[in-house]
Write a protein that binds this ligand. Structure first.
Ligand code: EPU
Length: 336
């Protein structure tokens, strides 16, 4: 298989933070069959190979001295129907939101709370995307990934993915697996998940459709989160910290109404956006980058920023929140 490596490739339009970023080589990955030859090529040139999906959860280096494979695997279909579920399959390069709209358009419920999340279907399991009380793991059936360690494709069940809050085996072993396709299980007896504030009032409608829930989710996200096309950003920049009751105690003593959510293991999930805002950082700027005026959890590039600017800002935010509340924040996007 021939490999069309493109030299000195500009990635600034391929990451939603719009960071200045170039790669020594890039290639469109349109067929999984390219992978063995691509890995051999990278090995013989002694260059690292990294995989880029929608570029919505990454902080790219200005000059990557290697090969960036742009995932362009396409295709989506209903692959099985049973009494209790419809199974759909999407190739890794499909746009996640388009997939949600495609299912909802067929009156298949399950993904509607995850509407408008940027990125690709293949990236969705890596950080187990979640919003409005749902996460990918809830609807996950299986996936196929290429294992760079063995040079073979293998299938993963939900258990084998080790999904947790914004986490999976693919995030734990960065670079090892390349997700090729994902299967999702959409239940026949769909019940809307309206537990999240802002969706609960929809419960009064007995004829509620997946589409109506999706429309509300889109309206909520649009009202809260800046659009990366206008204000480049990578969504939530930090995970919501999950801490022990002891660690949360000083925060809750000072602010009894601080958002906090009990976890099954007895710990508490605090709101990183709330902690950052209460540390006085909403709208804060550091050089060309800053924190959104609209949502304190969103780091934005006001123009001309690069990886080091984001790293300096992230450091400042973590130090400020740690000094103010004694809570350690962890970045959600991957620096690469
Ligand atoms: N808050 C503030 N100030 C702010 C923003 C939020 O005080 O500037 C408070 C809110 O008042 C609320 C709490 O923080 O009580 C939570 O805010 P929000 O409902 O906006 O959700 P979030 O916890 O900040 C999470 C996900 C989002 C997801 C939303 C909606 C994480 C890290 N983020 O944000 O996911 O869309 O819930 O379900 O879990 C993403 O991962 O990129 C992402 C956008």
């Amino acid at each position: 298989m021939s490999l069309a490596l493109i030299p000195d490739f500009d990635l600034s339009a391929r990451n939603t933070l719009a960071l200045r970023a170039r790669s020594r080589f890039a290639i469109a990955l349109e067929d999984a069959a390219q992978l063995p030859a691509l890995l051999t090529e990278a090995g013989s040139r002694n260059l690292p190979l990294r995989i880029l999906g929608g570029g919505s959860n990454v902080v790219l280096a200005p000059d990557f001295d290697g090969i960036t494979a742009l995932v362009a695997l396409k295709g989506k279909a209903i692959v099985a129907q049973s009494d209790d579920a419809t199974i759909i399959e999407a190739a890794a390069g499909e746009t996640w939101h388009d997939l949600v709209v495609w299912t909802v358009g067929r009156n298949l419920g399950g993904l509607e709370n995850l509407a408008l999340i940027p990125g690709t279907a293949g990236a969705a399991p890596v950080q187990n995307i979640g919003a409005y009380g749902s996460e990918l793991a809830d609807m996950f059936e299986s996936l196929i990934a290429y294992d760079r360690q063995t040079g073979a494709e293998r299938s993963f069940t939900r258990q084998q993915c080790a999904f947790a809050y914004r986490d999976s085996v693919f995030k734990q072993q960065p670079g090892r697996y390349i997700v090729l396709s994902v299967r999702l299980r959409l239940p026949r007896d769909w019940r809307p998940n309206l537990n999240f504030a802002g969706l609960a009032e929809l419960a009064d409608d007995p004829a509620l459709s997946p589409e109506a829930v999706m429309d509300r989710v889109i309206a909520l996200r649009t009202s809260k989160l800046p659009d990366w096309r206008q204000t480049p950003n990578a969504g939530s920049f930090f995970q919501n910290p999950i801490v022990t009751p002891d660690q949360a105690a000083p925060v809750l003593a000072e602010f009894p109404t601080a958002p906090n959510f009990a976890q099954p293991d007895g710990r508490l999930k605090l709101s990183a956006g709330w902690l950052i805002e209460k540390s006085g950082l909403k709208g804060f700027r550091l050089g060309p980058v800053g924190i959104s005026e609209r949502h304190a959890l969103v780091v934005v590039n006001h123009g001309g920023g690069e990886q080091s600017d984001i790293a300096a800002l992230a450091r400042h935010i973590k130090e400020t929140v740690s000094t103010r509340f004694g809570i350690q924040l962890h970045e959600e996007p991957i620096f690469m």
